[in-house]
Write a protein that binds this ligand. Structure first.
Ligand code: SF4
Length: 262
């Protein structure tokens, strides 16, 4: 998943700010479109990191991914899908067996309840097929708007919303695309500036960028393709960084991480 060479102009001689601004300046649609263009160039392979072969498998993997890495989930699901290949098989699973099989993903008791509830509802109300609408999906046990967006966007190719996870929350705040911290409000802000056909891709781009460069603890702004547009950039050209308000910004008035440091 290593990013391609920067799509932005190379940083000139620069100084670095010591900390991120607490409330980055909000950017408009034009800048958002340029972000997307550069991120697409930087991460041409951006896609869902969960392994799945069907909508059912993606629903299961997404439920398991709560508070767990996609890498860990991908280690658990091959055996799980071999044992329970569809919603009907999963609906009949013994809770203890399911708990043991998914234990390493954490929160396994709650996840077992969600998986069984989801599978039984899919069998009872949707003849064993994962439904294709936001309303039907979010009425299934264990499925919220984020999971529904993942499934609709990736398994069905429907851009119904933007997935807002921990990376999207952090990176979109730093980029000045939102000033909200609530996922539903962040999604609304992103929907305003991102073209609908890019909604699913856009969250993959921010997730890839959040993992590779705009990391939680200290973003690697020196390597960022968006450094010259991002209102949180720690990279400030010498001309504007020395002797300016930006250059003199006091670290104690700023947050080191943004709204989400996970
Ligand atoms: S790495 Fe730095 S410049 Fe790039 S998006 Fe994150 S805060 Fe902005």
């Amino acid at each position: 998943m290593s990013p391609r060479a920067s799509a932005a102009p190379p940083p000139p001689a620069f100084v670095t700010r010591k900390a991120l601004p607490r409330r980055p300046k909000q950017v408009g649609r034009e800048v958002a479109l340029e972000y997307i263009r550069r991120l697409e160039e930087t991460y041409p392979d951006a896609k869902c990191s969960l392994d799945y072969r069907s909508p059912y498998e993606l629903v299961v993997a997404t439920i398991l991914s709560a508070q767990c890495t996609d890498v860990r989930v991908n280690m658990v699901t091959p055996d799980l899908f071999a044992r329970f290949p569809n919603a009907a098989a999963l609906a009949g699973a013994e809770p203890e067996e399911l708990e043991n099989r998914i234990k390493s993903t954490g929160f396994f008791r709650n996840k077992t309840k969600s998986l069984l509830g989801m599978a039984r509802a899919v069998v009872d109300k949707h003849r064993g097929e994962i439904p294709r609408t936001m309303d039907e999906l979010t009425h299934l046990p264990g499925i919220g708007r984020k999971t529904a967006n993942v499934v609709l966007g990736n398994a069905f190719g429907l851009n119904e919303g933007v997935v807002v996870d921990t990376h999207v929350t952090r990176v979109s705040f730093r980029l000045g695309l939102t000033r909200e911290t609530d996922a539903v409000k962040i999604e609304q802000d992103l929907i305003e500036v991102v073209p609908r056909e890019k909604w699913t891709l856009f969250s993959h781009l921010l997730i890839f960028h959040g993992r590779a460069i705009c990391v939680a603890r200290r973003p690697l702004c020196e390597k960022c393709p968006l450094w010259d547009l991002c209102p949180s950039s720690l990279v400030v050209p010498v001309a504007s960084g020395k002797g300016t308000a930006e250059g003199r910004r006091r670290p104690r008035k700023t947050s080191a991480r943004g709204p989400d440091s996970r």
